[in-house]
Ligand binder design. Structure first.
Ligand code: HEC
Length: 102
């Protein structure tokens, strides 16, 4: 086997290992955020004016507060997800929102 082929195989194996070792919920949360939240909040969380998910005002809210907003919504504009997502998916989203912090 050529050295280039060996290196390529090694890199592929490494990339696969890294992807698989990410916690499943972290990947799910990013996917859920992208498909259900990003159209209003933006990929970086900054799109909804006054409700910048990456900003200090939202980041200083407790996990329980963020969980409550996502679960129950804030009528009329923030939809509720308590009946659409599992509690662990909502928990994953709260962790994801923390990762948007600047
Ligand atoms: C249809 C647009 C829309 C969608 C979809 C949406 N949001 Fe929101 N969200 C809003 C609006 C508007 C607000 C501000 C509500 C208010 O305070 O009146 C908000 C508020 C929030 C807040 C509280 C921010 C604050 O200022 O305290 C969080 C957290 C949040 N959304 C998370 C999410 C997550 C996570 C999702 C996806 C599961 C999501 N949102 C989907 C429009 C949306």
């Amino acid at each position: 086997m050529k050295i280039e082929t060996k290196l390529l195989l090694f890199a592929t194996a490494l990339a696969t290992t890294l992807t698989l070792s990410l916690p499943a919920h972290a990947q799910d949360a990013a996917g859920i955020y992208k498909s259900k939240c990003a159209m209003c909040h933006g990929a970086d969380g900054k799109k909804a004016a006054g409700h910048d998910l990456s900003g200090a005002a939202v980041q200083k809210e407790s996990d329980a507060d963020l969980t409550a907003v996502i679960t129950d919504g804030k009528p009329p504009r923030m939809p509720k997800y308590g009946d659409k997502l599992k509690p662990e998916e909502i928990k994953g989203l709260v962790t994801y929102i923390r990762s948007l912090k600047q």
